[in-house]
Design a protein around this ligand. Structure first.
Ligand code: SF4
Ligand code: SF4
Ligand code: SF4
Length: 294
């Protein structure tokens, strides 16, 4: 922890970055995001199993980017990112929303994060994404901290649920998701926490023409969630933030994960893994199968 604080302090003191986006402890089992501009505040930074937020969502926020722009120069931003959050940063770079040279990625050897704040870190309270995590070490970073440790064992309940849904008929599956989406209160928390939901103006906010009913009604709820799932297909990096933020406990990650599985199977593509490859939706390969579109 001290090394992280020293490094952040040095970056700010030497004016190598305008701010450090990181985590601070608020109680024994809970952290919250913090944006530090004063080197003296670097002592507030922490990194542990309770660092749930995917901070890369802040990289595209205009107010934060404005902090980096002075009259005569543009400064870098430093960001603390778990290895899975680095996937989101990579996806943002691939989609030209962030430039690699404008950020300092501070990452960690990670053995997991909790599913929910307020409970001890264990296999029972392990975030679903950590069960299948294949990158406990970040794929890209400028500085790395933390020791390598073993991740607690847990069963992959989400995969079991996906398999169960796959075994249903189309009608049964439609009914399942229709009932789930019916609970949606259109709070847009899922959109607010998603690093890849960075559109300046979301289709749901457009009134002329009104593509999606804005009230919490079954018709609009279904369109909203399906449009969002399509928009995130082969882009979602599986950070799980939308699931965590949804106050109605709609299992959004079941759809996102299923779409990611399809992208991997059909196109050998996993979002946010390589700065050297173009995005799946932003590229065309004549050898790609047409099967999906028939
Ligand atoms: S998915 Fe991997 S990198 Fe992300 S919190 Fe879990 S163990 Fe850490
Ligand atoms: S759709 Fe959900 S899981 Fe996927 S990147 Fe956005 S917040 Fe993360
Ligand atoms: S967070 Fe949940 S309730 Fe809110 S808009 Fe998204 S799906 Fe609907």
């Amino acid at each position: 922890m001290e090394e992280l604080r020293e490094y952040a302090k040095e970056l700010l003191e030497k004016k190598e970055v305008a701010a450090v986006i990181g985590y601070t402890q608020v109680s024994e089992n809970r952290t919250k995001p913090i944006i530090i501009t004063d080197p003296a505040d670097a002592s507030k930074l922490v990194f542990n199993e309770y660092c749930l937020n995917n901070l890369s969502v802040y990289l595209t926020k205009a107010r934060i980017n404005a902090m980096c722009r002075t009259k005569d120069k543009i400064m870098k931003l430093a960001i603390c990112a778990k290895p899975c959050d680095v996937h989101s940063i990579v996806a943002l770079i691939q989609e030209n929303q962030v430039h690699r040279n404008d950020i300092v990625i501070i990452s960690f050897n990670c053995h997991g994060a909790v599913k929910d704040f307020g409970y001890e870190f264990s296999g029972e309270n392990l975030a679903s994404k950590c069960i299948t995590c294949e990158t406990h070490k970040p794929l890209y970073f400028d500085k790395i901290f933390g020791e390598e440790k073993e991740t607690p064992k847990a069963s992959d309940a989400a995969l079991a649920r996906i398999e169960e849904l796959e075994s249903m008929t189309h009608e049964e599956r439609f009914e399942y998701f229709n009932n789930e989406f019916d609970k949606c209160i259109k709070c847009y928390a899922c959109r607010a926490v998603c690093p890849l939901c960075y559109c300046q103006r979301c289709i749901t906010d457009k009134a002329i023409p009104r593509w999606i009913e804005s009230s919490s009604h079954q018709r609009g709820n279904f369109s909203w969630n399906i449009v969002r799932a399509f928009h995130l297909s082969a882009r979602c990096t599986g950070c799980g933030e939308c699931d965590r933020a949804c106050p109605m406990d709609i299992p959004l990650s079941l759809i996102n994960r299923r779409m990611a599985m399809e992208a991997k199977k059909s196109f050998s593509y996993v979002s946010g893994r390589s700065l050297e490859t173009p995005t799946l939706v932003g590229s065309f390969n004549e050898k790609d199968s047409d099967e999906l579109f028939m």
